[in-house]
Design a protein around this ligand. Structure first.
Ligand code: ATP
Ligand code: MG
Length: 218
């Protein structure tokens, strides 16, 4: 029996979802040979204040963005859950759903990866999924990989070979380079709050949704 193709998991607050997130997913799918990308908007993220935008709006915007992209799907479970959104719990759920042989690839931007040692039960993540870390402007991976808490886990897991994502169901760390897009949801919220033009930072359908529902304006 051949190993099933790897499933990419891309979580975030998505407040709002933007071209930085979508390009990250497209690059991961193409470059790492992932079968599909599952976008998972967080309900109540543990590391930050409650998002300014209700979860149902963030989910709806994520669905609009995914509907234009082949190979992308949206998982509403964290939004629907009343619990704090812990990635380790989401991966346990997906592992139970998809079985022990299914390669899972948690896709993180470098900023998120550098914060990993602050995550709930973070060392257990490596037993549940591979981690693919993408470059993000302003964040340098190299230091973290060889110093601090991440250095205990990283050197033996680190590989440049995307084949590792198919050879096992979990456990590798694969860094990859993507074209730099210095876009963040913070930047978009700020622009919209100041009445600025946010086109080409996020999908037009998402921008229309924002305008229809008067999100982010003051
Ligand atoms: P905020 O400004 O509200 O923190 P954000 O744009 O950073 O929003 P998040 O929801 O915090 O978006 O990020 C979700 C995931 O997407 C994280 O893994 C993050 O590293 C990654 N990501 C977001 N924007 C980019 C980008 N421009 N380039 C690469 N990775 C990105
Ligand atoms: Mg962020």
């Amino acid at each position: 029996m051949s190993t099933p193709a790897a499933l990419g998991i891309l979580g975030g607050t998505f407040d709002p979802i933007h071209h930085g997130h979508l390009r990250l997913g497209i690059e991961a799918r193409q470059r790492l040979g992932l079968a599909s990308i599952r976008l998972i908007p967080a309900g109540q993220p543990p590391h930050r204040a409650r998002p300014g935008t209700p979860a149902e709006h963030r989910l709806a915007m994520t669905e609009l963005a995914a509907s234009e992209l082949p190979g992308f799907e949206v998982d509403p479970a964290e939004v629907r859950s009343q619990q704090t959104s812990y990635t380790v719990a989401t991966l346990e759920r997906l592992r139970a759903e998809l079985g022990p042989a299914q390669p899972l690839v948690l896709i993180l931007g470098a900023d998120a990866f550098l914060g990993l040692p602050g995550w709930h039960r973070w060392r257990e993540l490596f037993g549940l999924a591979h981690i693919a870390v993408a470059t993000r402007p302003g964040y340098i991976l190299a230091d973290a990989l060889y110093g601090g808490d991440l250095a205990d886990e990283c050197p033996q897991r680190l590989t440049q070979d995307a084949q590792a994502l198919r050879a096992a169901a979990a456990g590798a760390i694969v860094p990859f380079t993507i074209p730099s897009l210095e876009i963040s949801a913070t930047l978009i919220r700020h622009a919209l709050a100041h009445g600025e033009d946010a086109r080409f930072l996020l999908p037009p359908a998402v921008l229309d949704y924002i305008q229809t529902h008067h999100l982010y304006s003051r």
